[in-house]
Ligand binder design. Sequence first.
Ligand code: ZN
Length: 195
Amino acid sequence: MEPSASEPTLCGKSAGQVMAEITRFHGFPAPGVMIGAFMVDWAQEWIGRKTEADAIVETRRCLPDAVQILTPCTLGNGWLRVLDWDRFALTLYDRVDRRGVRVWLDAGKAAAFPEVQGWFLKHIAKRELPLDVLLKTIVEARRAVLSCREVVVTDFLRRPKKQSVGICPGCGEAFDPRAGDRCRGCCQGAYFEYR
Ligand code: ZN
């Protein structure tokens, strides 16, 4: 889809393209990931698109996927940290000087877009808010429902690298010896039974 004048671009892509990528990656065009895309776009613009940035998101819902779709930061490469705080906020920061910006979905500003606010605060039941209407409002609102402030990141920086690898006497598999005598699976109990 060609970006049109009325259609916003996000990280160099049209809103339609981003929606298609969200559908492929996330399974459906989730409103939270679409709002997250506007958040990532704003944060990236602020710190400079070429800055090598790490990301921290403050909820496990939706936002990690917006970061993984639009930036090189993933859970697997360790450039994305996910905090299970259930706050709809993310920070992108320069991994050298740790300066960056934090962007969040601002419940106060969302009042100007009742569909967005109703979805965010769960004031409107899902069946009363068609997905296409909500998505259209999100694209219209762009950054008007967001807030953004500069930050210096002081904690939750890059995860510590593995120092050494041991073999667990319980299960015979490789593990990080910092966990103790046995691996965390053996200490905490398995989530499965072998069949
Ligand atoms: Zn073990």
